[in-house]
Write a protein that binds this ligand. Sequence first.
Ligand SMILES: Nc1ncnc2c1ncn2[C@@H]1O[C@H](COP(=O)(O)OP(=O)(O)OP(=O)(O)O)[C@@H](O)[C@H]1O
Length: 230
Amino acid sequence: MLELKNVTKRYGRKVVLDDVSIEFKKGYITCLLGLNGVGKSTTMKSIMRLIPINKGEILVDGEKITQKNINKIAYVPDIPIHDLGWTVPQNLEFAKVFYPGFDTEKAERMIQLFKVPTDKKLKELSKGNLARFNIIVGMCQKAPYILLDEPFSGIDVFTRQSFISMLKSEFLDEGQTVVITTHEIDEVQDIADYVVLLEEGQVFANFSKADAQAEGLTIVEKMRTLYCEV
Ligand SMILES: Nc1ncnc2c1ncn2[C@@H]1O[C@H](COP(=O)(O)OP(=O)(O)OP(=O)(O)O)[C@@H](O)[C@H]1O
């Protein structure tokens, strides 16, 4: 399990996460949702130790996250992280060296299946193909936990759904835990096992697909109900 325990994060005087506790359950996909600026990316950066938190702790499998165990978590941020001047194969060569256990064979299979051009530099790829490439590298690190920050936003609406459902059905390893931030409500419906809604620095709601179903609702209907109650 990946856990935030009473985490507070401030930027200057601005409190973005205010005593936030979340459990991202092992083997499930959790969508971390909320309006612009509620702290979704901040949560992911805090987990990855890219920014310091002011209070609380973040644990992976019950242990504090350190440089030693951080490679249990693959992180796909919403900004380019690979070398844009290199081609896909050159970046894969680098990934093989950089990420212990990187599954090159799986990455090549995914690149072929999702038709990511291999003869171009990353900076020459379309937004959608670059997004696909970023997700593929994240998913091939053989990490038990994957954090995806708005991963599908560059991918056109026509192929997005089939891409997402293939990722889930074919390429997610057994027991892998995924946290996704997104603004696309339809994506949430397709993939989420759990939903965590952030608002005003706190967890505003936290429920599972099963919870929604027990009330005869879809995830999206449940979210609408929650927002309408406010
Ligand atoms: N480095 C920083 N310095 C100061 N403030 C920051 C910094 N990074 C983020 N913030 C502020 O913290 C708040 C949370 O930002 P964050 O990017 O985590 O939100 P988000 O929920 O991911 O937003 P979005 O949906 O727009 O991507 C915002 O008000 C943002 O302006």
